[in-house]
Design a binder for this molecule. Structure first.
Ligand SMILES: [Zn+2]
Length: 394
């Protein structure tokens, strides 16, 4: 005779409560009593939940700390050898990868220069999978899953809708084929998302001014934006939201890879910027700027002005208060801000009410990979069963 299954509701409640406890531990360690207080659950409930997760090696309970009268408390936190998430970014001229722990802390990061424009889809995925496999095999902790960022619009079900700067990805659902190329025993599908959206999500996690909505601008060869509206990523109906690089600055301007003309990217994209400045790379451009090279300054001013015109249109439509500059714009922040600020001040209607503020992203080049790994962590913390499943397959 088989045992009667537990009522469905009971399991759901337990999973819901476990999610609450894990979410609290992301914000910081705590004793069982503190976690009960922070989640509003009883101490007995917290105890029954955490015992299992400690046994699974996901949480660690420290030795007792005596602090004042009463029973000494033992702090619970995520296990330092517990599961990790990997984020990968296929960009136009590089592939990046990182590993985050469950609290979102960066453990490892690598960036590999590679011209992904020259390969076939299979070639690009195979090369990226090789980098990812070597990276994963170089780590010691169980792998929860992989998130993959791409320079193009991505549909809610992970299909790359349009990648004007990396057209081999157009129309491809690359998650399953990438997963196959990886050949790792992943317990869950590879998550695919637009790199600017990922940068925005990474910033949202780490934001010092949490609670404030913003537009994250990812400046690479392509220019993209991730919109955080009411604390959440705004993807639009199909995933095309935030295509800032293809907002028109001059309708009779230079032809763009998207089929249009005079797009922001044709003035402010990294390749155009370097070409106009006559510099081989961003380091050389920074050096030219610091020695007062007039051509370099002219190119940066032109890029900042075009970016400002495009961003002003975006801000006037969506009424978001703040712009966060990432990628190459974070590196050029001091040089590009004056021309950008001048356009925003002149054109953004909310500028008299504090609109059009500009911030520099502190995350640097690893923003997108952090966002990609962050999505894997979010998924696991929302479905705690995945945490244990990840450990078994690791
Ligand atoms: Zn365009």
């Amino acid at each position: 005779m088989t045992e009667a299954p537990a009522p469905a509701g009971q399991h759901t409640v337990r999973e819901h409560n476990l999610k609450l406890v894990l979410a609290e531990l992301v914000t910081g360690p705590g004793s069982r009593a503190e976690l009960a207080q922070r989640t509003g659950l009883t101490k007995a409930t917290v105890a029954s939940l955490v015992d299992t997760v400690i046994e699974q090696g996901i949480l660690l309970e420290a030795d007792p700390e005596v602090s004042g009268p009463g029973r000494p408390s033992r702090m619970l936190s995520f296990h330092p050898e517990g599961p990790v998430a990997v984020g990968v970014e296929i960009n136009i001229d590089y592939t990046a990868i990182c590993e985050l722990d469950l609290t979102g802390k960066l453990i490892r990061h690598e960036q590999h220069p590679v011209d992904n424009r020259v390969g076939t889809l299979t070639g690009v995925l195979r090369h990226t999978a090789r980098i990812c496999r070597a990276f994963v095999q170089g780590g010691r902790r169980p792998l929860l899953g992989v998130g993959l960022g791409v320079p193009g619009a991505v549909s809610p079900d992970g299909q790359v809708l349009r990648a004007p700067n990396l057209p081999v990805l157009n129309g491809e659902s690359i998650g399953p084929s990438f997963s196959q190329q990886l050949g790792l025993n992943l317990g869950a599908p590879v998550i695919v998302e637009n790199e600017a959206n990922l940068g925005a999500l990474a910033r949202l996690r780490s934001a010092p001014d949490a609670g404030q909505d913003f537009v994250y601008v990812s400046g690479e060869i392509g220019v993209g934006a991730g919109l955080i509206v009411e604390g959440e990523l705004f993807r639009g109906l199909n995933g095309f939201a935030g295509e800032l690089g293809h907002v028109v600055v001059d309708r009779d301007g230079p032809a763009c890879g998207c089929g249009g003309q005079g797009c922001v990217e044709q003035y402010a994209g990294q390749d155009v910027l370097l070409r106009t400045a006559r510099q081989p790379d961003v380091e050389a451009l920074l050096a030219a700027i610091s020695r007062g090279d007039s051509r370099a300054w002219g190119a940066v001013d032109r890029a900042g002005a075009a970016l400002g015109v495009g961003l002003a249109s975006l801000l006037n439509v969506v009424d978001l208060p703040m712009v966060v500059l990432g990628g190459v714009y974070a590196r050029l922040f001091d040089a590009i801000t004056p021309s950008l600020q001048a356009e925003l001040g002149r054109r953004v209607l909310s500028s008299g009410r504090g609109g059009g503020q500009i911030r520099r992203s502190s995350l640097g080049v690893d923003a997108a990979v952090r966002g990609a790994a962050g999505l894997v962590i979010d998924r696991a913390l929302k479905e705690p069963r995945q945490l244990a499943a990840g450990l078994q397959s690791g």
